[in-house]
Design a protein. Structure first.
Length: 624
């Protein structure tokens, strides 16, 4: 008997052993055996797709106190510690072998040194606890898109969340060959305090060994750090997609209805907490996914799938009138996990929910009352800004019926948008695929948000909204995107959007519902049903078309004044942004494709020519 087999036989009950052995894959057996030796759990629970196994996960999360029951049947809550409320860039590192380099903008550590550190921290970390082993698939299981993922964790909450967010795939795993590759994730919440949250915050780590597609997380519970299939897998997927010639993106996908009953699929990349879910959940349209999408070329078309099967969505500002569908799911029986909300009398409350909030309860800081102050004397909010809900997509009445289509959906357009208060117009279309990818995606500048631990509102470049997850050279990623559509006859249109443009006084120039008009305009552009005005940075909507759309979609009058305020080309702001973006590329992206600089130079020239002719602030009416 091999050493691996011996370890597994010793630790696993007969039942669990045979469940694991039914998956005849060497990497999986070796990974689980190694995890057992390292983490030293009291037992291993091999979770198949059976209703009984899944139920056990749900029940254990409550039994051990990682989740608590709320009044409505099926609803539970979970808390992460006060310093574990978002993705944590500082402690998230790539393990880089000595003979390799990654972009210096990425956090990294020498592979040997990092492995020693993380394995040291994980030594015996599951002592007295159960290791749960789950078999899941990114994208529909068994399709050309699917990636088998193995999660080992000592958190029933993580195992439960993944049940809602990803496709169960035990049966699919049973069809794998011995030497097939699988992404492997080992997570431990580490030492827990009396509130069942990770106590050793100093030693929180997420270390990614891309050389063997294995990721370790310890001393954290927050979803984005712990659920292997979310942003951890995305790093590995980007490398796989690079090797195989497709794209993995931080994008939502939605089906937008157009004239004559047609439906057009649009995808969009926005940095964390900048608008993916909000755009994918537009009323009367269909949601296919809200966070991670894969694109492949199939029969000469770009086709997209959702890597996920559920939503880990920001709950702040979810209100009955503006978000009726998600509100309904959050208020009727069914499986929902609320994280980092306020719980009072077994009911959930969150920031800006449009209703009175209880005066006291428990939240991510422990017992909470409305006058609670932190150590610095600042008021503690009832819930964290990054509080979230976890639900399956098919719980939503607007879930797109193509969610599980193994060939995905044909994509009509993609959009890029960040929090840009000064420069970009609310919506514009790239002159062609490459122009859009470079001018909107690779030039994306945004303000940091509460979804990432650290200062909020800091302006930074975030390439394609995916920079945190780029485990290949940035230049190669841009090149892959630019070249992706080269051999496609009618590639998806590329749009730049900006929901966060402000006026001189700092007031937002658009309401949150205006994005619906922009999306409908994009849908019409995909089918060439409306004209657009050429301006230095792209093609912008004509006033008359927006008047019609604002009326149709929002029943609103759209004035010339609104249009001019929103679509004035701000030349100095655009030139300054261009300089910042170009400097960033020069500093951080060696071997960048020349087309990036050529495109920037062309835009600069167009902006300067227009400036000489019309001045610093150019009304769209001047450009007709
Ligand atoms: P992740 O799940 O973190 O990847 O983020 P996401 O891109 O799905 O974020 P989401 O759409 O949930 O972002 C929501 C945040 O942006 C919330 O705080 C919203 O209130 C805010 N937001 C969304 N749309 C608009 C808008 O049109 N205008 C303004 N001002 N804020 C908006
Ligand atoms: C994000 O931060 O982009 C999220 C939430 O979607 S998570 O990745 O889970 O932290
Ligand atoms: Mn995200």
């Amino acid at each position: 008997m091999s050493n691996t087999e011996q370890i597994l036989k010793e630790k696993l009950t007969e039942e669990n052993y045979s469940k694991l052995m039914a998956v005849d894959n060497t990497k999986i057996h070796e990974f689980v055996a190694d995890a057992i030796e390292l983490a030293n759990p009291k037992e291993v629970f091999v979770c198949t797709d059976s209703a009984e196994d899944v139920k056990r996960v749900r029940e254990m999360a409550i039994k051990v106190g990682e989740e608590g029951k709320l009044t409505i049947a099926g609803h539970t809550y979970h808390f992460d510690g006060p310093e574990d409320q978002g993705r944590d860039r500082e402690i998230t590192k790539y393990l880089v072998p000595q003979d390799q380099t990654l972009s210096k903008a990425l956090n990294q550590i020498d592979r040997e040194e990092g492995l020693k550190e993380i394995r040291g921290l994980m030594k015996d970390c599951m002592k007295g606890r159960t290791m749960i082993v789950r078999f899941l698939s990114l994208a529909p299981a068994g399709s050309v898109f699917s990636i088998p993922c193995l999660q080992a964790t000592d958190s029933w909450y993580v195992a439960h969340s993944e049940d809602l967010l990803y496709r169960s795939a035990y049966d699919y795993f049973c069809t794998l060959k011995k030497d097939d590759n699988v992404f492997c994730f080992l997570h431990s919440a580490g030492e827990l305090n009396e509130r069942n949250v990770s106590a050793d915050v100093e030693n929180k780590r997420v270390y990614m060994d891309y050389t063997i597609d294995t990721i370790y997380t310890v001393n954290s519970q927050y979803g984005g750090n712990t659920m292997g299939l979310k942003k951890l897998a995305l790093r590995l997927t980007i490398r796989k997609a690079d090797r195989e010639g497709w794209l993995a993106e931080h994008m939502f996908v939605s089906g937008v209805h157009g004239p004559g009953g047609r439906k057009t699929y649009l995808a969009g990349a926005f940095p964390s907490a900048c608008g993916k879910t909000s755009t994918a959940m537009l009323p009367s349209e269909k949601i296919l996914g809200d966070d991670i999408a894969y694109f492949r070329k199939i029969d000469g078309k770009v086709r997209a799938v959702n890597a996920e099967n559920g939503i880990f969505g920001i709950i702040q500002s979810v209100k009955e009138d503006s978000d009726p569908i998600i509100w309904d799911v959050l208020h009727k029986p069914g499986e929902v996990i609320f994280s980092n909300i306020l719980v009072s009398d077994k009911n959930p409350y969150w920031l800006d929910m449009g209703q009175d909030i209880a005066d006291k309860g428990i939240n991510f800081t422990g017992d909470w009352t409305k006058d609670k102050k932190d150590a610095k004397g600042n008021a503690v909010p009832c819930a964290h800004k990054n509080a979230r809900y976890t639900v399956t997509l098919d719980a939503l009445e607007n879930c797109d019926p193509e969610l599980n289509n193994p060939n995905g959906v044909e994509l009509g357009g993609v959009m890029y948008g960040g929090r840009d208060s000064k420069a970009s117009v609310p919506v514009q279309q790239g002159f062609d695929w490459a122009h859009g990818i470079i001018s909107y995606g690779a030039s994306l500048e945004t303000e940091t948000t509460f979804a990432i631990i650290g200062a909020e509102g800091k302006i930074e470049i975030n390439l394609m909204s995916i920079q945190d997850f780029l485990a290949i050279p940035f230049g190669k990623y841009i090149q892959n995107n630019v070249e992706f559509a080269k051999d496609i006859k009618n590639p998806p249109l590329v749009f730049g959007v900006n929901y966060f443009l402000r006026d001189k006084e700092g007031k937002f120039l658009n309401g949150v519902r205006d994005k619906h008009v922009w999306v409908k305009w994009m849908e019409l552009r995909v089918h060439n049903d409306v004209d657009a005005i050429k301006c230095p940075t792209g093609m912008i909507p004509c006033y008359d078309d927006l008047v019609k759309l604002f009326k149709q979609v929002l029943d609103k009058e759209y004035t010339k004044e609104d249009y001019v305020n929103q679509f004035t080309i701000r030349v100095p702001e655009n030139l300054a942004k261009l300089d910042r973006v170009e400097a960033y590329h020069k500093e951080n992206i060696p071997n960048n494709i020349p087309l990036v600089y050529e495109t920037m130079e062309k835009t600069r020239k167009l902006l300067k020519e227009a400036q000489a002719k019309y001045g610093d602030y150019i009304s769209p009416f001047d450009l007709i």
